[in-house]
Design a protein around this ligand. Structure first.
Ligand code: AMP
Length: 282
């Protein structure tokens, strides 16, 4: 495995890979790697000749400075994990390397970044688009792999790829969960063992919501989830939305869309956890 922190060095390595006609799979991450990240690397290894992971905690996508400061950084064990699964290249740039000067680009994502994460974390997706486009420009991948855990992010990336005319296939991969059902997340590391167990309530509740969707109205399901969280004093619900997969706008009736996902964010012990579940009415 090759570890590189200079974008010029990476760019010249990419050139030689391209000359040998090998395909490149790219997995952008912020590190503190877990099986969720590693599943993206496995998928890339299945589909592409060379797999490249970036590890960079991107400051422009954090709207909360303390969240950025508290973000776990575990580079040594990340590199060990990646080496063990035979990742080919890891890019670990410093801030200066990615932002030698301020990135003033403002992206227009229409309505898809006005809701959910976009509404609760102003500027978040603009920061995501800034860093992912910079990384795409350096890595020039054939395919890029993203987790469905960040459901809205996948829509944003697809939109950005269209806007900027990238010839990159975006592949969204299933959510990897802990045994308890809790979606794996770097942020889970900040939870006490007790609260980590309690956080499985998020998945349990959206799983119940999915079942209930076959019997109840959209509003009933929303009320059900909201009430469950009101009764649970350990977790605080930030939002629960039932949306169309493409427009990301809330649906009022199950017949409004053929592709519906329920998205949730809840807090426990000051940690913000995100999850979602596909609603299948059949
Ligand atoms: P992050 O390091 O949190 O920016 O995540 C890097 C990539 O890993 C993103 O595409 C995430 O959606 C994906 N990812 C994070 N957690 C999971 C998970 N539990 N299952 C699948 N993909 C994940």
């Amino acid at each position: 495995m090759i570890t590189i922190n200079s974008k010029t060095e990476l760019a010249s390595l990419i050139n030689s890979i391209k000359l040998s006609n090998k395909t490149i799979g790219f997995i952008p991450t912020m590190g503190a790697l877990h099986q969720g990240h590693l599943s993206l690397v496995s998928e890339s290894k299945k589909q592409c000749n060379i797999s490249i992971v970036s590890i960079f905690v991107n400051p422009t996508q954090f709207n909360d400075l303390s969240d950025l400061e508290k973000y776990p950084r575990t580079l040594e064990s990340d590199l060990k994990f990646l080496d063990e699964i035979d990742c080919d290249i890891v890019f670990t740039p410093e801030n200066e390397e990615m932002y030698p000067k301020k990135d003033n680009r403002i992206f227009d994502f229409g309505n898809i970044d006005k809701v959910m994460e976009g509404a609760f974390r102003p500027g978040h997706f603009n920061g995501v688009a800034q860093i992912v486009s910079k990384l795409f420009d350096i890595v020039k991948p054939n395919c890029a792999f993203f987790g469905k855990k960040d459901f809205q992010q996948v829509a944003i990336i697809n939109n950005m790829v269209k806007q900027l005319n990238y010839n990159i296939q975006i592949i969204s991969c299933q959510i990897i969960r802990e045994k308890s059902g809790l979606a794996m997340s770097s942020r889970n590391e900040r939870l006490s063992p007790e609260n980590r167990k309690k956080a499985s309530f998020i998945y349990e509740t959206i799983l119940e919501a999915k079942k209930l969707a076959k019997l109840k109205t959209v509003n009933d399901v929303k009320t059900f989830v909201e009430n469950k969280f009101t009764e649970n004093t350990d977790l605080k619900l930030e939002y629960f939305e039932i949306v169309d997969d493409f427009s990301l706008q809330s649906v009022k009736n199950w017949t409004d869309s053929q592709n519906i996902t329920a998205c949730i964010v809840a807090h426990i012990e000051g940690v913000r956890l995100i999850d979602n579940i596909k609603i299948d009415l059949k």
